[in-house]
Structures are given as structure tokens and as C-alpha cells.
Design a protein around this ligand. Structure first.
Ligand code: ZN
Length: 198
């Protein structure tokens, strides 16, 4: 989540090295790195929409504000890959507790409305914990603690999150040694949905 960034190229190269695929839920906050959206797509990764601004106050102010922003990121991604992807990740996930302070009940509306409009949203059932500052070892420990058959593992793609990049090879090696395969989301993928809290 949160890319593209100055780290996206490194992430793509590591994924390539392990023949692992991923999904990049991108924003419009670092347009000088937008060429990596195209590169990731061409390498077989899925591109998803994480909102253009990633500004909770803005995107969660109303349903119209959310969809205006979603259209904006959709068009930005289309410039890179030629179409608007139907894969969404809400900022903070569908279970975020922040939207209620800007528009009470909005997430309940959005989780249905995005699907009515042909999108699907993906939360996660595993996380490296890199939303906070963590050492590489802490990230690896947390990221490798999940056992479900299908794991959607949340990690962030950001200029400041170098430990996420450093942890990635160890995380991939661990799961591959357990027989897992890293796949990009597609329309047949397992869908993780949180409960809404608004
Ligand atoms: Zn995010």
C-alpha cells in the first residue's frame, strides 16, 4: 500500500528474484514515481486503487467525495496501464475507525456501493506491522506468524520504510519454504473483508 515510492523499484526487483507476485494499491501522492506503476503491471503484478489523496478527512467526508477521489486515482492509473482497475483498498481498511468522525455510517454505505459500481475491496488477514516504525527483524517476525491457507499480507511501499524492503526477502523465503505461492490478486482470489466500525 501507499506507493509508488522511491522504494517501488527495489520491491519489484526482489519480487522478481523470487518469482513472487503482489498487488500494489497506489495513490496519487508521489507522481514522479508513477512509471513504476507501469513497470509493476508489466511484470505481472496487480495494480489496485488506494485513493488519490489518501487524506481521510477528504476521502471520507461524503460518498461523493470518496467516488470523486476514486475516479481521479482510476484515471491516473489508466494513464500508466491503459485501463481502470477494479481492485480497491480503503485507506485504513474497511474497518477504519477514522471515517466516522468525518461522515458517520459512510463505510457501511461504501462497502456496498463500491461493489454496486463493479469494484471489489480487499482488506487483509495478515500484516508485517510496518504501519509503525519497526526493525527488519520485528517485521519478519510478525509477517511470518500467519497460518491461513489464503493470506493477504499488508505491507507498505514508502520512501521512509526501508526496513519493509529489507524484510521482504526473508518473508518470501519463509512462506515459500512452507509451500505458499505469492500471487497477484485477480477476480478469483480469496477476498478478505473486515467488519465496518462506523
Ligand atoms: Zn494506506
Amino acid at each position: 500500500d501507499d506507493g509508488p515510492s522511491e522504494n517501488t523499484k527495489k520491491i519489484i526487483d526482489i519480487l522478481d528474484q523470487y518469482d513472487a507476485k503482489a498487488t500494489f494499491f497506489v495513490t496519487g501522492n508521489n507522481k514522479k514515481c508513477n512509471k513504476y506503476i507501469k513497470e509493476a503491471y508489466e511484470k505481472g503484478h496487480t495494480i489496485g486503487l488506494h485513493t488519490y489523496s489518501h487524506d481521510y478527512k477528504e476521502v471520507y467526508s461524503s460518498m461523493d467525495a470518496y467516488f470523486d477521489d476514486l475516479n481521479k486515482i482510476g484515471q491516473m492509473v489508466k494513464e500508466q496501464i491503459g485501463f481502470v482497475p477494479k481492485y480497491i483498498r480503503f485507506p485504513g481498511g474497511s474497518s477504519n475507525t477514522k471515517s466516522a468522525s468525518y461522515c458517520k455510517g459512510l463505510m457501511t454505505t461504501l462497502v456496498t456501493e463500491v461493489q454496486n459500481r463493479g469494484y471489489q475491496y480487499y482488506d487483509w488477514n495478515g500484516s508485517s506491522g510496518d504501519g509503525a516504525v519497526r526493525t527488519t527483524e520485528q517485521l519478519v517476525d510478525q509477517a511470518t506468524s500467519f497460518h491461513d491457507n489464503n493470506i493477504i499480507l499488508l505491507s507498505h511501499d514508502s520512501e521512509t520504510k526501508d526496513t519493509t524492503v529489507e524484510a521482504l526477502p526473508k518473508i518470501i523465503e519463509y512462506y515459500q519454504s512452507q509451500g505458499y505461492v505469492f500471487k497477484a490478486l485477480d477476480l478469483n482470489s480469496y477476498v478478505a473483508h473486515h467488519g465496518v466500525n462506523n
